[in-house]
Ligand binder design. Structure first.
Ligand SMILES: Cc1cc2nc3c(=O)[nH]c(=O)nc-3n(C[C@H](O)[C@H](O)[C@H](O)COP(=O)(O)OP(=O)(O)OC[C@H]3O[C@@H](n4cnc5c(N)ncnc54)[C@H](O)[C@@H]3O)c2cc1C
Length: 364
């Protein structure tokens, strides 16, 4: 089968590589260059924290997150380049004014995820685990099975691998139209129509436009953008070894340590498709949160401030839609990295089912 993967962000790269390895003839298209700076994947924090997310997502996401956490090491082992992946747990803390939210979180975990390992920590235990947390925190929750991944390193490692394995990758190739039919799917790129046995649409928020026929837009009619902002801070004076999640009335705030003294502080969550630079309000909230966790952040350098859009459906659930010769993978929202290996497995299964039907000549 000749397959086009449209969108070379997180899912597009994973899918293109996996299908090429299975022997399919794959063409990968993206409107951007290979750095993918326009993707949500480039902007992300790379947190793999199913329990940390659990209060604001459905249990199936938590389950997919735990399964994916087990699958990531195996997937990363197939790449030539090393990708920073850590599973040393995460810590949940709160300031006095947000204690109510913290208690609600503790009760939610006890009630719904009692089978998971979670350790309540007093001040001394917190200090043993993360000695540089501000002494204002006198309790916390240790979630030992949570992890994180270096999202940008993953994108470059996948890029190198796709090049090494000679996958056809068309950059600055904006796909302006997709036309799905019973026997094939056509896409318009560089002003020309190309025909494939199967097209896999992984354009994230970019998929909100450009379907040829009205009825085909219906499956994505409620795809929306959720703005997120985060900082990259260079803080050699701060030594935190795992993600710290801080209760906050409006966002799920985190401070995630990355290699080379880099810390990601994010991420806001705003119902908007505004891609303009970070607002002063968000900057104040994120930086005060970082400073309140460790005063050493006062001397940090701001390396980057980022604003980007997450693709989400109205129920915040990821979707894998199979329709004739078109597969749409979208709505990964704030959980793309958390659930990517499970989503990849679902996609490759759908492709092989379609392929079998093509080979045996059954109508789909
Ligand atoms: C600030 C922020 C923080 C986040 N933090 C986390 C986190 O900690 N953990 C986590 O699991 N997830 C996180 N996410 C979510 C995660 O990044 C997304 O769920 C994930 O990237 C979605 O993957 P995707 O492949 O569907 O889309 P994307 O990664 O956005 O890729 C879509 C690609 O399609 C291309 N494209 C778009 N339109 C076209 C077109 N017409 N033609 C050709 N190409 C096109 C784009 O250029 C892009 O490369 C975060 C997101 C944001 C914005």
């Amino acid at each position: 089968m000749k397959i086009a993967v449209v969108g070379a962000g997180l899912m597009g790269r994973l899918i293109a590589l996996s299908l090429a390895r299975q022997g399919y003839q794959v063409c990968l298209y993206d409107k951007d260059n290979k750095q993918a700076k326009q993707s949500a994947a480039y902007a992300a924090g790379g947190l793999l924290t199913p329990l940390g997310e659990s209060m604001s997502c459905e249990p199936n996401i938590v389950e997919m997150g735990f399964t994916s956490l087990k699958m990531w090491p195996e997937l990363l082992a197939t790449l030539d380049e090393n990708v920073y992946f850590q599973k040393q747990g995460a810590i949940m803390v709160s300031h006095e004014q947000d204690k109510g939210d913290y208690q609600r979180f503790v009760q939610h975990i006890e009630r719904n995820y009692g089978q998971c390992t979670v350790n309540a920590l007093n001040r001394q235990q917190l200090n043993e685990l993360e000695p540089e947390l501000t002494p204002q925190f006198n309790q916390g929750l240790f979630l030992p099975d949570e992890g994180q991944i270096d999202n940008r390193k993953l994108l470059t490692a996948l890029q190198k691998q796709l090049e090494l394995e000679q996958v056809n990758w068309f950059t600055e190739a904006e796909v302006s139209q997709l036309k799905n039919q019973a026997s094939h799917c056509q896409l318009t790129v560089y002003g020309q129509v190309q025909t494939f046995d199967l097209v896999i649409d992984c354009r994230g928020v970019g998929a909100r436009k450009s379907y040829g026929e009205k009825q085909q837009t219906s499956s994505l009619h409620d795809l929306r953008a959720v703005r997120g902002e985060l900082f990259h801070l260079f803080a050699p004076e701060v030594h935190l070894s795992r993600p710290i999640r801080l209760m906050h009335p409006r966002y799920q705030l985190y401070i995630a340590p990355k290699p080379n003294h880099l810390y990601l502080v994010g991420a806001t969550e705003i119902e908007s498709d505004d891609l303009s630079p970070m607002t002063v309000r968000s900057a104040l909230e994120l930086l005060s949160a970082a400073y309140s966790v460790n005063a050493g952040f006062a001397e940090a350098n701001i390396r980057q401030h980022i604003s980007q859009l997450r693709p989400a459906f109205s129920d915040n659930q990821p979707k894998l839609l199979v329709n004739q010769r078109l597969i749409q993978v979208n709505g990964l929202y704030r959980h793309g990295f958390l659930i990517a290996p499970v989503m990849l497995k679902k996609v490759t299964l759908a492709v092989s089912q379609l392929d079998q039907k093509v080979v045996t000549g059954t109508s789909i």
